[in-house]
Design a protein around this ligand. Structure first.
Ligand code: NAP
Ligand code: MG
Length: 476
């Protein structure tokens, strides 16, 4: 497989109608390495019309077994070409190769899960008035727009496209400008696997150029978005005109809560990767740590020691744990937060600088004594920065946890079962883990409370979200 560079529209690979392209920069070397087609509004319209034809022309009515067959074939090819996809992901966003490999496999697994779900997904019969029959149908919606970000480009593209396709919709997928390659490769693989023309379209290109046209097109029935709260809000506003369905997976400022009764040593050793993995560019990053005061000092010492051991560097090396940030702009935005922390007198327990002269690298940074009104405490930084604070009282700590406008993820460390249950109920987040840092399971719903989003990805909940529910009553 060579580096993809063309749009996938109406079952064909082609340049943008305008001839425009975008240059991709390798974040580890700062060198340009590819030119990729940049779609315009005319490409968006062509893709949506083709998707609508493909939906009406048969995808929605295809026997479940046939739809499953092609989704399984996509999964098989994803596994066959996994090494190519992992390399594309690494080149475009600087993701360490071992993470990139795991994420491609996750995407393949997502296709398998939804391929298997196709024939096991149906409506209900409901006892109502005597004599008649009442039943529900789960019907496909039509054309779904999937707009995805650059931090986990391939798995997020997969976990939006696969359930939408499995439910009988056609999909127009728009990857982020910084990370079009794996989405375009998915188009090539879907094509090779025999997905009918038009069922999936992949439009690389800038969100500011094509976003409005995509979201407001009358044939788009649902917009499934992952990215910033700012763009999510805009999509929801635009979608409101036609009451289009939206699902939004947005930012986070997730808590990591460590009680003294926990195996806090294990928590201290594992927690750095819960915030620094993917160089902190993770909506689920546990970027606010609450540690019970009696273990706060030894915890911080262990946490900082574990952070200093992380291997930051060349993403092509198997042992690398943290690569560069995605772009100069993203690093500059994080460095502004660090400047604010310095100005406000926060303590840098480690990090804060650039570890390598070339590449958009930034050291994993541990901040102490961050004020509760400071930007670093309140806002999503989207970089390798954590703020750790001690707490004394569970109820007061929970008030502070829930004071955030976000509510995506979080971890709770305790060996007291009642406390684990009580705190799990109290934290206002869509995804929580107890004595672990996992957030994503293919089989389980994923998404946020409050400004972290609306609707859920993954699991059967996501598949329901790509259908309309119809109730039919038949009189006797
Ligand atoms: P973003 O602008 O929200 O980008 C996400 C996706 O939306 C990209 O495909 C982007 O395309 C597209 N987009 C941009 N403007 C659009 C518009 N007007 N209409 C429709 N789609 C549009 O995110 P970003 O600017 O890359 O990152 C900014 C911040 O967002 C980050 O610092 C972080 O806080 C947050 N973020 C969160 C997640 C998450 O997983 N929840 C992921 C990424 C970023 P282009 O790339 O072409 O602009
Ligand atoms: Mg943006």
């Amino acid at each position: 497989m060579t580096l993809p560079s063309q749009l996938y529209v109406d079952g064909a690979f082609r340049a943008a109608k305008s001839g425009r392209t975008t240059t991709l920069i390798n974040p580890a070397t700062e060198q340009p390495f590819a030119e990729v087609a940049a779609a315009g509004v005319e490409d968006v319209n062509a893709a949506i019309e083709s998707a609508q034809r493909a939906w009406e022309g048969g995808w929605r009515d295809l026997a479940p077994g046939k739809r499953a067959e092609v989704l399984f074939a996509i999964a098989r090819l994803l596994r066959d070409y996994a090494e190519h996809l992992a390399e594309f992901e690494m080149l475009q966003i600087g993701k360490p190769i071992s993470d990139a490999r795991d994420e491609v496999m996750l995407g393949a697994r997502v296709f398998e899960y939804y391929a298997g779900a196709v024939g096991k997904f149906y409506g209900q019969t409901i006892p109502v008035a005597r004599g008649g029959l009442d039943f529900t149908l789960r019907q496909s919606m039509g054309v779904v727009a999937a707009i995805v970000p650059w931090n986990f480009p391939f798995p997020i593209a997969a976990w939006k496209a696969a359930p939408a396709l499995a439910a009988g919709n056609c999909v127009v997928l728009k990857p982020a400008s910084l990370s079009p390659l794996t989405a375009l490769a998915l188009g090539q693989i879907a094509h090779a696997a025999g997905l009918p023309s038009g069922v999936l379209q992949v439009l690389s290109g800038s969100g500011s150029a094509v976003g409005d046209a995509l979201v407001t097109h009358p044939l788009i029935r649902k917009v499934s978005f992952t990215g910033s709260t700012e763009i999510g809000r805009r999509i929801m506003e635009l979608a409101s005109r036609d009451i289009k369905r939206v699902s939004l997976e947005l930012g986070g400022k997730s808590p990591n809560i460590v009680f003294a009764d926990a195996d806090w040593q294990r928590a201290a050793e594992s927690s750095p990767m819960s915030v620094f993995a993917n160089t902190g560019q993770d909506c689920c990053a546990r970027s606010r740590m609450f540690v019970e005061r009696s273990v706060y000092e030894p915890f911080v010492e262990k946490f900082v020691a574990a952070t200093k051991k992380l291997i930051v560097g060349d993403p092509t090396k198997a042992e690398t744990q943290l690569g560069p940030m995605v772009s100069a702009g993203q690093r500059a935005s994080v460095e502004e937060y660090l400047a604010d922390a310095r100005k406000r007198g926060s303590k840098f327990a480690t990090g804060g600088g650039r570890p390598h002269p070339q590449g958009f690298y930034l050291e994993p940074t541990v901040l102490l004594d961050v004020g509760k009104e400071d930007r670093c405490w309140r806002e999503e930084i989207f970089g390798p920065v954590v703020a750790i604070t001690p707490f004394d009282d569970e109820a007061a700590m929970l008030r502070e946890v829930n004071a955030s406008p976000y509510g995506l993820s979080g971890s709770i460390w305790t060996n007291n079962l009642s406390r684990a249950l009580r705190v799990s109920r109290a934290v206002q987040s869509g995804v929580l883990s107890v004595n672990s840092h996992s957030s994503v399971h293919v089989e389980a719903p994923f998404g946020g409370f409050k400004t972290s989003g609306l609707g859920r990805d993954l699991g059967m909940t996501a598949m329901e979200g790509y259908t309309e529910l119809k109730n039919v009553y038949v009189a006797e």
